[in-house]
Write a protein that binds this ligand. Sequence first.
Ligand code: GDP
Ligand code: ZN
Length: 349
Amino acid sequence: MTAELNSLFIEKYPDGFKLGRVALEHKHSYRIWLEDREYLCTLAGKLAFEAVGREDLPAVGDWVAVQTSPGELKGVIKGILPRKSKFSRKAAGHVTEEQIVAANVDTVFIVNSLNDDLNLRRIERYLLLAWESGSNPVIILSKADLATDLDAKIDQVAAVAIGVPVIAVSVLEGMGLQELQPYLAPGKTVTLIGSSGVGKSSLVNYFTGYEKQLVQEIRETDDKGKHTTTHREMVLLPGGAILIDTPGMREIQLWTSEEGIKESFSDIEEYAEGCKFRDCSHLNEPGCAVRSAISEGLLSENRLVSYKKLQKELAYIDRKLDKKAQAEEKKHWKNISKEVRHHSKHKQK
Ligand code: GDP
Ligand code: ZN
């Protein structure tokens, strides 16, 4: 918590309120870190009522004003303090709305693996996302132990990331990790973005000092008294920094790459236009222009593999979204028909 935040809090909220931070969002309640304890808090009716969109509701990483009940680790969230930075994505539904997946992040580590082809365009998109969030990006080039031409690669990345620190690390061999320490100072909040497989979980394990911290499931009681298993989305690191790693953060890359996939893989998209079949999967169909580009050495097989992988991931997200959109649509119509019934009842009187 900064002095600035604290004075803002004191100015805006009267005595009896406490400043806490959202660690986890349940369906009807929130886990709030407050004075070294974790409180289970609900939302004040006024706050819920006045919220126009989801961005008006608390998100992981938010600083909130809480009214606690004496003698209990429970409270009511009365307000959200202004966000210094936020990562958001478009949520599914009949109206697209902003869903905040992490708030008040100081540093976002953009993780890219050095054993893959360096995709500078992708790094540029991640940088854009980081700048838009209001937090400061730091580029981590992971798996440095597998890198060839390390210096040349760092130079290439530095050229598209002007003014942004570029740090090569290897979790496996303990290389370069010390350079991350300044961003992990007490009170700082960090998060990670990057494609799957680049080594984010390995970095998280290194940061936390535990194996599998984030998949470690904790049984707890939710607000309805049911036992649920969840993982922590905000983690206090041994050095005093806070790590935010929400599922939404993990998925954010896919959302942003949706429009970028065509652009990033424009070479493959162009070859694919020459394929005999429009729905060619570029596996072994006759007349596949992508395969012939590969056999002529114009295109690498790896690039095709990562293109397909990205497309698969996108399709998966789309399916998930579809289901969610359908459910919300159903709820929407249910509400409307309830309203209509309500109105017609009144008219009959
Ligand atoms: P995530 O999907 O981004 O969370 O990536 P993971 O942390 O699960 O790592 C993906 C794979 O890369 C795993 O098999 C790791 O063991 C491996 N990996 C992670 N860090 C390093 C590293 O520094 N060097 C090497 N050689 N492999 C690594
Ligand atoms: Zn093809």
